[in-house]
Ligand binder design. Structure first.
Ligand SMILES: C[S@@+](CC[C@H](N)C(=O)[O-])C[C@H]1O[C@@H](n2cnc3c(N)ncnc32)[C@H](O)[C@@H]1O
Length: 230
């Protein structure tokens, strides 16, 4: 990908406001094949295994996981996201839900805004920037004793496409979706080794890892990392 003159981090954040309507539509219509094939169920099951009372969904988007966890687990779930448009969409679908517009950068400089402590802090396909240590450290600090930061992400070994297996900025064009007017999203690909280093740098350690698999293709759909304070 050609690195734009602008910091890709800003373009990444802005893309979510621009893509909010199209994203809300495909998520709610179940039009992301990997999600119906298993990644939605996998993150709900991973949270369920931790038996939490208080959860925060960081980068919650239009809020499907907040709604699902409230319905299935009956726990107290807060959703935060940097996109005002996506938080408006989440609130419209869940009027008594607890949602706030907060970027990772704001949370890292003003951690009180997270209103922890939480038993689980979830990042479900929501960590696409290059600098992850600040937000991961903030999430570590908002955990209650015994708490976890649960990350679901693209599996590094199965998402590099034709690119080298090396950290670097990539671009998601969303061209696989037939409908919607999409703004490309820069995202930072990181290797498994790089994920491990980010987690370590944030004062966390990997306590479990899971590779939800496609029932027919038998290849991982994603990677789930359960991180606990080191
Ligand atoms: C692929 S969407 C996933 C949304 C949701 N977690 C889900 O499972 O549908 C990525 C989300 O991360 C959020 N995000 C990305 N970078 C962010 C940042 N720096 N601060 C706050 N939110 C951010 C976006 O606004 C977007 O809602």
């Amino acid at each position: 990908m050609r690195i734009p003159d602008e910091d890709p981090t800003e373009a990444l954040k802005r893309s979510w406001d621009q893509n909010a309507d199209a994203w809300t539509a495909i998520v709610r219509r179940g039009q992301i094949p990997s999600r119906s094939a298993g990644t939605d169920r996998a993150i709900v099951d991973a949270v369920t295994r931790l038996d939490p009372r208080r959860v925060v969904d960081v980068g919650c988007g239009e809020g499907w996981l907040v709604r699902r966890l409230v319905d299935e687990l009956g726990c107290d779930v807060a959703g935060v996201d940097g996109s005002a448009a996506l938080i408006a969409s989440a609130k419209a679908a869940h009027e008594d839900g607890n949602y706030s517009v907060l970027s990772y950068e704001t949370l890292s400089s003003q951690p009180d805004k997270l209103q922890g402590p939480y038993d689980v802090a979830i990042c479900n396909f929501a960590l696409f920037g290059r600098e992850l240590t600040p937000i991961l450290s903030t999430l570590r600090d908002c955990l209650s004793p015994g708490g976890s930061v649960l990350i679901q992400t693209l599996h590094p070994c199965f998402s590099r496409g034709s690119n080298n297996y090396a950290d670097g900025w990539r671009e998601e064009s969303f061209s696989s979706f037939a409908h919607g007017d999409w703004e490309p999203m820069p995202w930072y690909f990181r290797t498994l080794e790089s994920w491990h280093l980010e987690i370590q740098a944030a004062g966390l350690r990997l306590s479990a890892c899971h590779e939800p698999s496609h029932a027919e293709i038998r290849e991982p759909l994603s990677l789930i990392l359960n991180c606990i304070p080191a």
